[in-house]
Design a protein around this ligand. Sequence first.
Ligand SMILES: *Cc1c(COP(=O)(O)O)cnc(C)c1O
Length: 399
Amino acid sequence: MNDFAQQLREELDELHASGRYRTLPMLAGGGVRRRLAGQDVLVFCSNDYLGLATEPVLAEASNQATTALGTGAGGARLISGNGELYAALEQELAAWCGYEAALCFSTGYLANMGVLTVLAGADDVIASDALNHASIIDGCRLSRAEVRVYPHGDVTALAGILRAASGARRRLVVTESLFSMDGDIAPLAAILDVARQHDALVVVDEAHALGVYGSHGGGVLQALGLGGHADALVGTMGKAMGSAGAFVAGSRLLVDVLLNKARSFIFNTGLPPGVLAASLAALGMLRTDGVLRRERLLEHARRLRYGLGELGFTVGGESYILPVILGDSQLTLTWRDALLEEGLFVQAIRPPTVPVGTSRLRLTVSAAHGAADIDCALEVFSRVLRRLGIVRAIPQLPP
Ligand SMILES: *Cc1c(COP(=O)(O)O)cnc(C)c1O
């Protein structure tokens, strides 16, 4: 083997040794009932919280747009990839979350890159929650601002960082609202207060909350009566909206600046018409039967959380994202494999996605599940617990 191949091999060996090696699961079918490597599985690790990804109304809208307009945008939006679907979608998204305007990006990853690099630069300080998503971390790094990480949800520490940054040109706070791997919610009212006191901008990533929190699914800020209060809201359409893509909502001024300066917007091909049409249809579905789907989702979450607690597991958070924190990566993999043998597909989330020592099974429920599916999951957990014996969830380590 040549040197380079040898180096690559060693890198993979290291991942294997630390329980961090990843492989792609080969899934067939859609929704919560699929086949994984030929085996029937019940999926408990999808972010399609409201079951909209397999909703025929979305597929119909997507098919129509594809037939009429083609499969691809054909270019970046500032060149030839823009169209009326984009305008309609952006207008609806802005109104939905309580903002003047919105700008779509192809993914949430690119949206965070865009908004953070445009709002912060070398003379600025970004205060970032310790558990923020990788796309936020990378956006912070790419901005070249000085990044100060505050302990998860710690507003006092955040205030300290902002106070110490009074000499910076600009201060910016960035946080998720509903945290993707922990299922808990940032103290947004307190964060907005502290930010205002220190003249700091606030960016809130509502990727996992949109569609569920808020009177019309417009997010946690909206649920708290703070709709439109953050300077920018990042949302994605690949999760509860069952489609793909993302957006940044804010003032018209902000959107104009993003459109002119965000490189992840400018140098990126527009989304296919079918995807935009599916997102528009998702917003329509949320208006007609969003409440029903939300209630179903939350009832499933309650049932699963309660049942896992009864079995003795420590379940983090307070939402439809249910992290069962086991600590050790290998142990988490053992659990994942044992659950899979029984037909339950749950992912093992390990570093670097989560901090070292907090590896976990991350269960998510969906409105596409039935009550019997939740009972089935609990039954499997109970059986695996008996089989693996001693294994008990340990309390979450402090971040
Ligand atoms: C999923 C996610 C993203 C990235 O969105 P994509 O559209 O999948 O690129 C960004 N932020 C958070 C908090 C996420 O969970």
